[in-house]
Design a protein around this ligand. Structure first.
Ligand code: AMP
Length: 303
């Protein structure tokens, strides 16, 4: 079992879906990621919150064993994101992004974390992602990165710089097309691989995920759910299951990557069943293995 380090947003989210609205609830890419990954392996979080960040949220992460030594509390307001989904839950519409304490955040990776072998650069300013990568003592065994339209549009050059140095990128379909400037998803994934990462994982919401690794494809479905309330955090939870499994196995070979992709789908399928992290908070470890077995059944092709 190997340790996992994540840098990314820790947020207060305001979200509206056709099924309800929540205000200033716990969110953020690193939050969903670390909570999900904590079911698999020890996780360390690097990020920043403001003085207004509720203590109970910190307790929630600590109770799952997430190491928050690298989470700074800075003077100012916590990062805030406001998003909306229509009946097509696959596409979030960002109504407002307030970087607040993330605007001048300088991450500090402590000496004891600079040798962590699995690193996830969750969705945040690509300059911060690069800064963390540069602070690692040795090149981690596996570096994965996630990003979104806000940064593809606003910080493209910095994003291309960090992309050139990672092994895996996880990205949703719309953003893959935007990053590659290519409407065909297969061509887009290949174009992103040409930017640096050997493995590209394209998240396709209710249609599952597609992985291209060294030129070969693997596809995993999404769990067929009848009650999807809020897709926020699905992508980060997916990455948490994916990286969590790789780190827990301490392996990065093709077969382990494929199983990790299914664990990603398993974890994401829970997150969307409720707002914020509510479903993950109620999640029992046994449910993960049960749903993994259901996936194996779903994906079985009789001969
Ligand atoms: P996803 O897994 O893609 O649904 O990510 C949802 C999370 O991303 C939310 O909890 C937001 O707080 C966070 N988020 C939204 N916009 C940004 C941004 N520009 N940078 C970092 N995190 C963001």
């Amino acid at each position: 079992m190997a340790d996992l380090l994540v840098v990314g947003s820790v947020a207060l989210d305001t979200v509206e879906t056709p099924f309800g609205k929540v205000r200033e609830v716990l969110g953020g890419a690193a939050t969903y990621f670390s909570y999900a990954a904590s079911f698999f392996t020890p996780v360390h979080l690097v990020g920043v919150v403001g003085e207004d960040f509720p203590e109970e949220h910190l307790r929630l992460l600590k109770d799952r064993g997430v190491d928050l030594a690298g989470l700074q509390v800075a003077r100012g307001r916590t990062f805030r994101w406001t998003g909306q989904y229509g009946y097509d839950l696959n596409e979030a519409r960002t109504l407002d992004t307030q970087l607040n304490v993330f605007a001048d955040f300088r991450p500090a990776v402590t000496a004891d974390l600079r040798g962590v072998p699995f690193l996830f650069l969750a969705n945040i300013d690509p300059e911060i992602q690069l800064d963390v990568l540069r602070q690692m003592r040795a090149r981690p065994r596996l570096v994965a990165l996630d990003t979104m339209n806000f940064w593809i549009q606003g910080k493209r050059q910095a994003l291309l710089r960090v992309l050139a140095e990672v092994d895996v990128v996880t990205i949703n379909d719309g953003e893959a097309r935007q990053l590659a400037q290519e409407p065909n998803l297969v061509k887009a994934a290949r174009a992103i691989a040409a930017m640096g990462p050997k493995t590209v994982v394209v998240k396709r919401g209710e249609y599952g995920a597609l992985m291209i690794a060294d030129g070969s494809f693997f596809i995993v479905p999404a769990y067929p759910l009848e009650s999807v309330y809020d897709p926020t955090g699905a992508g980060d939870t997916f990455a948490g299951g994916f990286m969590g499994h790789l780190a827990a196995q301490d392996r990065v070979d093709g077969a382990t990557m494929r199983r990790a992709l299914v664990y990603g789908s398993v974890m994401a399928s829970f997150t969307v069943e409720d707002f914020s992290l509510n479903r993950l908070i109620r999640l029992a470890p046994a449910e993960i293995s049960e749903r993994f077995a259901e996936f194996q059944d779903l994906m079985r092709l009789p001969v």
